[in-house]
Design a protein around this ligand. Sequence first.
Ligand code: GLA
Length: 731
Amino acid sequence: MITYLEDARQFQINTPHSTYALAVVDGKYLCHVYYGKRLEPQNLTDLLRLDHPPFVPSKNERETASFMDCAPFEYPVGNTGDYREAAFGIETAEGYSVCALCYVSHRIYNGKYNSRILPHTWGNGAETLEITLENVQLGLTAILSYTIFEGLDAIIRSARFELNADHPAKNLTVTRALSASLDMDDSRFEMISLYGSWARERQAERLPVRHGKQRIDSLRGESSHQYSPFFALVRPETTEDSGDAYGFTLIYSGNFLAQAEVTQFCQTRVQIGVHPDDFAWLLDYEGGTFETPEAVLVYSENGIGEMSRTFHRLFSDHLIRSKWRYCDRPVLLNNWEATYFDFTLDRLKEIADEAAALGIELFVLDDGWFGHRDSDNSSLGDWFPDQRKLPGGLKPLTDRLSALGMQFGLWFEPEMVSPDSDFYRAHPDFIVETPERCRTQSRAQYVLNMARGDVQRAVYDQIKAILDSAPISYIKWDMNRQLTEVPCKGFAHRYMLGVYSLMERLVSEYPDLLLETCSGGGARFDAGMLYYSPQIWASDNTDAKERLRIQYGASLFMPPSAIGAHVSVCPNHALGRNTPFETRANVAMNGTFGYELDVTRLPDAEKAQIPEQIRRYKEIAPLIRDGALWRLGDPFAPSGFAAQMQADYDAWIYVASDKKTAVFTYVQITAEANMKPRRIMLRGLSPETQYAFTRNGKAYCYSGAYLMQCGILIENLWGDMKSEQIMFRAV
Ligand code: GLA
């Protein structure tokens, strides 16, 4: 419910458990009043501290400079006396940057604004507040938008800008335009963010905020392995299940900035948006408007777990568009770790035969099927089958798969080109470059200039020709290098819009296609991609132990059903560790499950487990997709001296929305000799319901209350990385 309190000139956005309030001060300044636990609509403007201006160093009644330097602005601009980080900035043709934005009007309506060029939330039950701000001298209008969806403690924010067509200032350049900025009244926060690298994505870190700016960002042209466009501010006492947690993410896959700035008066300015450092946008470009990606703000009064569940629900119900969002995804086998580039049609058929016999439903042919690609040194851009490896093209393989009752999926890297390719030789000007500067190669490839319509069309025509030539039900869309030598500020955003437009065309023309996006593992594991692809490859690291951390980090803000997770062979190809086959599967089931190995070469004892694993996954997949995730362990917990009696483990439970079924998974990361069995308190169950389950062939029945208060006893398992999965059913 969104309310406008006329007397207080205050807007109050109420979700089931949160309130977000802002107010118009002095008839023109839009200020942030409150964000936190729900309050009934009431005048909150006292929270603005307007009658207590600071001494900076003069102190007149409401001296403007003093006011500007500390007022909690809702969408701050620079160069007007607010020396904190601005959300918005411009440059006029003369080079001037002063641009105050003043309140003009607002409207509250059912529904929301949906961008035509950016991924965005959508669906029924939306209510929106739009506040129009203006700079009269420059003829510039800004519309700040706040949307809530029924039943969710989330607020979707974005901003749009346009120039008044009759105004002479037609060439104004927007130099920064963040999606959201928010001034919290205090700084007693810790910041949770996700750092990483290739094969080590989404490592969670929690540190107290301090004075100054703490930021995570990407200037790589993708949301990146290194930081995710997500962070949370929590109170020092906040846990998984209690305390305030504020989560922020961006529905965007390119360069971003996410920042918390603690000021001289111990306020915290929170910001998220497209990275301003390499951004510029000429406002008369394409009709004189600019719109920011949507930012998502989530508040939870019940800890980090509830914050995550709100993101999961919002993204599952109001962001993922694919028809697959509520459907069982096929269990796939991907041949990458099985064969890499080295395969023949016969090898693929052998693997497919065995896979089909074990119950695998989708065969994914990864890199190496096109051009003359025997290594990563050639052929990106030549999207036609390599006749040496696939004589007769894809048909002999897809005929075999159809006979086996298997679906077929194919890998593409549409945004890239190898210098050694016919496509590059025909179109050397299609790449991202700055004329007469060096052209940096990475993985022996260049990035195609997706900001250009003709480049998009040339790539799309090739993909379409392949899609129309064979029964292809799945595509893995990869992106294996970062941008370099971008020609100008703002290019990276145009590039991203081009990629989105290409993806839009693909999913609109092939609505049944299951699209899995990927970027050298998990460098584009973000909410922007979710709009097009319901699952995203989370990391090239398939080691079960490391996956616990990667998937824990991912689950902080992304729905588990989006996490592409595969069982691979040991020693693991990324780091050489051995883990039990059963645990590899139990960990991969905490996401969208598949195999990435050569089933024909698997030890019989492991192969024999596959049909049962698939049966189990089919049973629990609806819970992982539509149920609620409760994290019960922390794979980042310190081990060793500092954590005696707390050997590392991880555990989680998915509970169906009707609470009638639940699946619990426990992983003993490190075994300990002679330690008493561990009790894990379950969460999310219905206290009064009796739950039946079997363990080691024995049947049990306990109430939800017992399982949540007394827990389930886990005996010491023999060996590291041992695991157990238990299915609970209400009786
Ligand atoms: C990336 C992907 C892998 C695989 C390779 C192929 O690294 O993350 O899964 O597809 O490319 O080159």
